[in-house]
Design a protein around this ligand. Sequence first.
Ligand code: G3P
Ligand code: MG
Length: 247
Amino acid sequence: MSHPLFDNLPRIIGHRGACGHAPENTLASIRKAAELGARFIEIDVTLTSDNVAVIQHDTGLNRCTNGKGPIILTPLEEVKKLDAGGWFSDEFKGETVPTLREAVDLIHELGLGLNLEIKPSRGWQVPTATQVCCELASYAPEDMPLLFSSFDPEALVIARDMMPDVPRGYLTETIFPDWKKRLDDLGCEALHCEKYFVTKEKVAEIKSAGYKLLVYTVNDPEMGKCFLDWGVDAIITDFPDRIGNIL
Ligand code: G3P
Ligand code: MG
């Protein structure tokens, strides 16, 4: 039987908030997604050197902040001093890298659902997933829809063991030939894969086997509509407004 979260999963999920419109993985990006009508967002979570879960995609700080070096070697106090918005546009100067807690508080306040992608620095899969689950267990509101995903099987195993009631998606780029075995081994109900590898036949295969399929990153509305017509459960997009408009 499918997890109840999937009964109400919106068909459009904002990627890194609404990262086509605002600096990815910031509170501004989360707010923008809500403003544009998204009801569910995807963000990436990783660790600082002092073991705090923060919202950041890359291992390094250079692309999305005015800092440099690996985030796993940087304490929260230093991470918090960085500007995470100015690289995107002047309008967003002063945005900071949110902690997971700040993001969860805002997501809950806005009434959104959360697809939390566990994105460990390489080698930090177990500590990252463990800390994320410990934190969520202590402060995530029970009524906040939550879906974990990760490219990393080790992180998915930790999430399964620590928060067994939270559904999980296995993130891949290609659709592996043994996708079903992998999902079953990890207890994942959903496959989240890259758009280039999605065909009508694959959608039918995955859906008829009883699994959920989410596709990223789909910014072309026609392509998004086509995937949804084929039976894809949700698409993850940088521009939730574009695809929302066409549906
Ligand atoms: O969760 C979908 C997508 O975010 C996976 O890739 O690199 O954007 O985190 P990435
Ligand atoms: Mg992601």
